[in-house]
Design a protein around this ligand. Structure first.
Ligand code: FES
Length: 173
């Protein structure tokens, strides 16, 4: 070891000092650019209007044990997308007393539309795309392509009217 090296004082070397300075300056500048970008990207998700409102689909007594298809429009802000006239939606609604089940018609296999007793399948929802079957309460029939039950709409009854809200997933098996 040379005499000059032996004379170095302990502590931070000039090289380390420069490395830390450049890294911290770079990090500071990057955060100044990245933070607004991230904020811009997630902002619509943080807005209160991102949720789905309940929609009146008719008098509750219009629905009975037999699943009935209803069409309605959901005014929902989904990210930046907010259609003026609302998004078209459909539900298969059935009622037994106070128990209401409003099923999404979207097949859990690849997203085709299921039909009650379609294709001659009695007491089942049928998906014509690949022969998917669901029971009356929307449970996927084993041995057919869908691997999860049909999604359900949230609902409430107000002044004798049925209101449908957000779609809830029921998981799969
Ligand atoms: S999309 Fe429904 S069975 Fe394939």
């Amino acid at each position: 070891m040379s005499e000059k090296e032996n004379q170095r004082k302990p502590g931070m070397s000039r090289r380390k000092f420069l490395t830390y300075t450049i890294a911290s300056t770079g990090g500071f500048l990057a955060s100044g650019v990245l933070f607004p970008m991230i904020r811009f990207a997630v902002d619509p998700l943080l807005q209160k209007g991102a949720d789905t409102k309940f929609v009146d689909v008719g008098p509750v007594e219009e629905f009975g044990k037999e699943p009935k298809s209803v069409e309605f429009r959901i005014k929902r802000k989904d990210g930046w997308y907010k259609p003026e006239e609302g998004e078209k939606a459909t539900a298969w609604v059935q009622r037994e007393g106070n128990e209401i089940l409003a099923l999404s018609p979207i097949c859990k296999h690849l997203g085709c539309t299921v039909k009650w007793e379609g294709g001659g399948h009695q007491e089942q929802f049928y998906c014509p795309c690949h022969g998917g079957l669901y029971t009356k309460d929307g449970i996927n029939v084993p041995g057919t392509p869908p691997n999860a039950p049909l999604d359900m709409y949230d609902y409430k009854v107000e002044n004798g009217r049925l209101l449908l809200g957000a779609i809830k997933q029921r998981g799969g098996a």
